[in-house]
Design a protein around this ligand. Sequence first.
Ligand SMILES: NC(=O)c1ccc[n+]([C@@H]2O[C@H](COP(=O)([O-])OP(=O)(O)OC[C@H]3O[C@@H](n4cnc5c(N)ncnc54)[C@H](O)[C@@H]3O)[C@@H](O)[C@H]2O)c1
Length: 327
Amino acid sequence: MHVLITGGAGFIGSHLAAHHLAQGDHVYVVDNLSTGSLSNIEPLRCNPQFRFVEADILHWGALDKAVAWADRIYHMAAVVGVKKVLEDPVAVMATNMNGTEKVLRAIHSGGWNPQVIIASTSEVYGFNAKSSFAETDDIVLPSAGRLRWTYAVTKLADEFLAFSYARKYGLHLAVVRLFNTIGPHQVGHYGMVVPRFVQHAVRNETLTIFGSGEQTRSFCDVRDTVVALDHLAGSPAAWGEVVNVGNEQEISIRGLAELTIQRAHSSSTLRFISYKEAYGEEFEDVTHRRPILDKLRTLTGFAPQWHLNDTLDDLIDRERTKQSCIA
Ligand SMILES: NC(=O)c1ccc[n+]([C@@H]2O[C@H](COP(=O)([O-])OP(=O)(O)OC[C@H]3O[C@@H](n4cnc5c(N)ncnc54)[C@H](O)[C@@H]3O)[C@@H](O)[C@H]2O)c1
């Protein structure tokens, strides 16, 4: 199979690339390396079935050709991360909406009908006060002008773009609402909590919690995520559907910090700062983010293989190795 991955040098995209190469597929990655990095795909570059091009999907001249080459497309390229979203909402709007439209238009004009995954996010549920979310739940977004929600709004627009193209032109695409995903290659610079906690715990430094720490999240290992996406892309029953992808195990952020310290046998302590201190005035957090995965299970039989403890142990080991190399 020929697999095109936009944003394939990023965290999730690079795992998708590795997953497909391991199955003997040909993989073509396009990425502008804005948050992705060459180090994520370095081990893949010696594989003759892997190809990488550094380009911005908004201006990439070879997009049409690449799309026509592909049997499967994962559209993962996006501006991601709370910090980036608050710093540059204009870039978020451009990449996340125009980029998706360009990809969809290229697929339609290619005249070939590849299997497509469009990456959306659990953020689209907005501040719906429920504690767990099914795909049929209401989207609750604030009235105009609250830029913290730019990312969610762009991803929601992507969902509607995708379904418009699917309905009108019969594209074989599924939209995935990814909940918090964790694992190797994820970096903490853009506001991701787990890499930040792991790095500080391994160094026996203080772990900083934003807000009360009572907010809960559910973390899915990326190595489970890519299996789910692969199954969804290849399931005709999933085409035209939106599907939650994540892990139902839930933990408070304070609980996550304590667990990370415990798994790392660390002497770190906790400190709490307000969201205002962390991100500025505009940030509003949501209390719970737990997926209901019935639809994913029905479509794919998905059952996560990675428990949070195992992912943390793996990340702690990798961080220790990295720090010993630096020392
Ligand atoms: N990681 C999560 O927990 C999570 C949760 C929900 C949704 N998602 C979605 O999954 C996708 C992948 O996210 P990720 O966590 O791997 O983040 P990431 O930042 O590591 O990956 C995004 C990739 O897209 C690239 N990119 C950005 N703009 C581009 C452009 N204009 N042209 C080409 N490449 C561009 C970046 O360099 C990066 O490699 C995104 O669409 C994101 O919205 C991720």
